[in-house]
Ligand binder design. Sequence first.
Ligand SMILES: C[S@@+](CC[C@H](N)C(=O)[O-])C[C@H]1O[C@@H](n2cnc3c(N)ncnc32)[C@H](O)[C@@H]1O
Length: 456
Amino acid sequence: MAAPVQRDQELDLTIDSLAFGGNGVARHDGFVVFVRRGLPGDTVRARVTKVQRRHAEAVATEVLAKGPEHVSAPCAHYPACGGCRFQDLAYDAQVAAKERWVADSLQRLAGLPEPPLEPIVPAASHFHYRNKMEYSFAATPDGAALGLHKAGRWDEVLPITECWLTTDLGNAIRNRVQEWAREEKLDAYSQESQEGYLRHLVIREGRNTRQALVQLVTARGERFDRERLIEVLTEFPEVRSIHWSVNRGVAEVTNLPTELLWGDEAIEEDIGGLRFRVRPNAFLQTNTEMATRLYEVAREYAALAGGETVYDLYCGIGTIGLSMAARALTVWGIEISEESVACAIENQELNAIGNAAFFAGNVGEVLRELRDRAGEPDVVVVDPPRAGLAGKALKRLGEIGAPKIVYVSCNPTTLAGDLKRLTDVYGYTLTRARPVDMFPHTPHVECVALIERAAG
Ligand SMILES: C[S@@+](CC[C@H](N)C(=O)[O-])C[C@H]1O[C@@H](n2cnc3c(N)ncnc32)[C@H](O)[C@@H]1O
């Protein structure tokens, strides 16, 4: 049967719910249409952008009637900016949708009709929660501007004057760097022509320590006066660390080698009573306040009594493992980024924790070696990137067969897929799971899962 809609057709649709990823779900003559910028309860006019056999995609061009959960967005850059997807959806509706996405994933992809889900932990702060922002430079008639990508566009930057996800300090530093760029008559790099100089600005903040790290990313060559940049940035007493990176390639990346221009190599952050050093390229959960809550849930699920051998896989700068060390016999961390491992080792020393060790390596490749060195684990904490337990990681984890796995996930679909394999192939059972909202106004949701295996 042919689809009842055509590309570029305009439809009036009532949005029923939010699909995983943040698009509204509507039906036109029973045919499913995913509507970008469609909020549940709204009736919208939408233009069809893509038609497939079982569904179509559309973008809302006008809200004809607002639903009860449609609120006004505070940010002047919304909805043009790609940083937030649904600032205009009441926060309660956002967390309800995220809770449903996790439940759906576990039901459909892990095959669990009634997953043992505990209520979502909502974010403590709905705005100003990020500790890291990555801005791009763009050319404007007034000179170089700093901004974020436009919604749905990787090739266009929207200049930002006040972002609601960062702090007043973060906004002030970004605006001051933009002023500096114009005073110094430095031009923005263009992705299209591959000409120009200024590429990105990264600002990281120790939210509990009030320390900031700034990383400027340019095209090749030193075309700015270092002393002047340092003078400008040190107008902010919070700035402790200023780095410069050169991106010689075409890809828009910021995880590049850095040269320290001024101050300390790293800044520090306090999480859950421990101190963590963070270097420019080291991983740190970008919402400090909710990372504390996330780790509390992970510790609750691990339920350590003091005699356990704990593996902290995908350990970043050691945050989870070190936060468990006081209640474990030993903690062993594995992490692929050498910069993060260097921080983890420093953090262990900084907190005078004697029963933890951290190693650089790919989890799938080094897990057997770790077992030879550390012995059988009682609890394995895994906190992989969005792709989940990729490569040989899941197989090796299944073979080790620890009684308890605490899986900290930033992607419920890969969590569910991994869980299905751990259940079907390695005899594990999901016993508890709890979503945590770290990123209000975005479609991201974290989830902590306790996966257990009976002895024998
Ligand atoms: C979601 S972060 C978690 C970090 C840490 N647990 C935390 O809470 O801050 C995932 C980490 O896994 C690391 N990683 C990615 N792939 C890896 C692999 N194959 N083996 C080891 N670590 C990996 C990344 O560098 C990153 O630090």
